[in-house]
Write a new protein. Structure first.
Length: 339
């Protein structure tokens, strides 16, 4: 063998030995680390509570924080956005009812006799506010529409009764309709939107019997945009939300929008994100199918790659999924910011 070949062979041999030693060492370290970790046990599934879900699964299905690890980050970002818009646009505060919470924030556009968008915030019926719902206002104001954010009581302060909240948001919408002209709004171009539990409440508003309950025309609302809402309360009642909502048969029936489609008098847009819980996605699909079966106009928008808390951010963007849809529904086009 030549001297050069001998040196090469020696290097290869030492390299092979070192590689084998490192592999063995890594295996030992990994094995030691695994030995120190508790063994993951497979959860034993309990009896079915709703569809193929047991109690933990349905509880998680109606807790969107389980499906959105960035919830806290998104909430802070949206709050900062709202604070900025609120400070710059300085909304007018007006009362729609006798209690302290029954007020609306009105963001006015310069255009007279302009359409009005009424927004109902989410928060599982127990958090959120009109002030923290300021973020979409600038989009509507610059597109020549008024934006109205509604405050209503949290369900805990209503003794767990969602009927109280439903009554408040309906009265708020009726107030806006009656008083639109006072802030330059066109009562004949009134639209309602909401996200999450606010999407549920917006659905309730859309099937209100305005003539019977308020003595108003049956079609005071000209369109609805329901983001990531719930439209049948039966499965919601079976979840851990029943710990703070005192569901009754009457409440479930009265506030399940899907069961009152005969009273739906305007086109609606329904949406969900693909990263929301499968149950929220099912609620949206089944509701849209029911509306179509009832022969009423409805559009489903699916936000690819969006979770529950990311979807509303697109509502404050004129070129986002929900912002574009809202402006199109109102027959408005994105505009440049007002000076």
């Amino acid at each position: 063998m030549h001297k050069k070949d001998s040196v090469t062979e020696d290097r290869l041999t030492r390299r092979t030995v070192l590689k084998a030693a490192c592999t063995v060492g890594a295996t030992i370290v990994a094995g030691s680390a695994l030995a120190q970790q508790p063994m993951q046990q497979t959860r034993v599934k309990g009896p079915h509570v709703w569809l193929d879900m047991d109690q933990k699964e349905i509880d998680d299905a109606y807790d969107q924080s389980v499906w959105a690890p960035n919830q806290a980050h998104l909430s802070k970002r949206r709050a900062a956005w709202s604070d900025s818009v609120y400070a710059r646009l300085k909304p007018e505060r007006a009362a729609y009812g006798p209690t302290e919470i029954e007020k609306v924030d009105i963001y006015k556009t310069k255009q007279r006799n302009a359409p009005v968008q009424v927004f109902l915030h989410g928060g599982a019926w127990r958090s959120g506010s009109a002030k923290n719902s300021a973020y979409p206002a600038e989009m509507f104001v610059t597109a020549s529409a008024h934006y109205v954010a509604v405050d209503f009581v949290d369900v805990g302060k209503a003794d767990g009764n969602l009927m109280t909240i439903a009554d408040q948001v309906r009265r708020a919408v009726a107030w806006v309709y009656k008083n639109a002209a006072s802030f330059g709004g066109d009562s004949n171009r009134l639209y309602v939107s909401g996200h999450s539990s606010g999407g549920h409440l917006a659905g309730v508003v859309m099937v209100t019997d305005w003539k019977k309950d308020f003595g108003l025309p049956p079609d005071i609302v000209k369109g609805g945009l329901l983001m990531s809402g719930m439209y049948d309360l039966k499965p919601v009642r079976l979840s851990k939300r029943s710990e703070y909502v005192k569901f009754t048969d009457e409440m479930e029936q009265a506030l399940s929008t899907q069961r009152h489609l005969d009273k739906l008098n305007a086109p609606i847009i329904v949406s969900h994100g693909t990263l929301e819980s499968p149950e929220f996605q099912r609620q949206a699909r089944d509701f849209v199918a029911a509306v179509k079966a009832a022969g009423k106009p409805v559009q489903l928008i699916v936000g690819e790659g969006y979770n529950h808390f990311e979807m509303p951010e697109t509502f404050g963007n004129p070129y986002g999924l929900m912002g574009r849809a809202a402006l199109q529904q109102m027959k408005l086009a994105p505009a440049q910011p007002q000076s």
